[in-house]
Design a protein around this ligand. Structure first.
Ligand code: S3P
Length: 161
């Protein structure tokens, strides 16, 4: 089995679904943001603040380039599929699942999260625009599309496993 990549907008459920899927499949789970935080010893807002978003994007690409665990589940950051190189690495080394959720659900989950600098620095309308701009990138680069709306976590993970 190769890697399983979960892609989608912030708050679509990549981490929570990834953990459940890991439990169901016995494959180890990694959260890309958490791996970057562990490596740098900084929070995501601190990385954005000290180095800027572009450097954070480089760290994401670096993670994808160098991560060696062969068979595992990876929850990617919401911006990861925006880079062509990232998309190529993911599609070549594994299966890519896009988790889709409606914007109103996403906003409810992320609007008060202080750990997501993009949300902190933007209005709801800005974030909704980003959601709409990114959607085709997620959609066109996934091997599988998973609709999460009106489905329980169990239904979603059973379907994916
Ligand atoms: C980002 C999503 C975040 C994190 C960073 C930037 C984005 O990850 O990587 O705050 O640009 O969409 P999640 O998708 O896990 O929230």
């Amino acid at each position: 089995m190769r890697k399983v990549y979960l892609i989608g907008f912030m708050g679509c459920g990549k981490s929570v679904i990834g953990k459940r899927l890991s439990f169901a499949t016995k494959m180890p789970f990694y959260d890309m943001d958490y791996e970057i935080v562990k490596k740098t010893g900084m929070t995501i807002p601190e990385i954005f603040e000290s180095y800027g978003e572009e450097r954070f994007r480089d760290m994401e690409t670096e993670f994808l380039r160098t991560f060696r665990d062969e068979s595992c589940i990876i929850a990617t950051g919401g911006g990861v599929p925006m880079r062509k190189e990232n998309r190529e690495i993911m599609r070549k080394s594994g299966l890519v699942f896009y988790l889709n959720a409606p914007f109103r659900d996403i906003w409810r989950r992320i609007s008060t999260d202080r750990n997501r600098p993009i949300v902190q620095q933007s209005t709801r309308a800005d974030v909704e625009k980003l959601y709409n701009d990114r959607k085709p990138h997620y959609f066109n680069n996934a091997h599988f599309k998973v609709e999460t709306e009106r489905r329980t976590l169990r239904e979603i993970t059973d379907y994916m496993a």
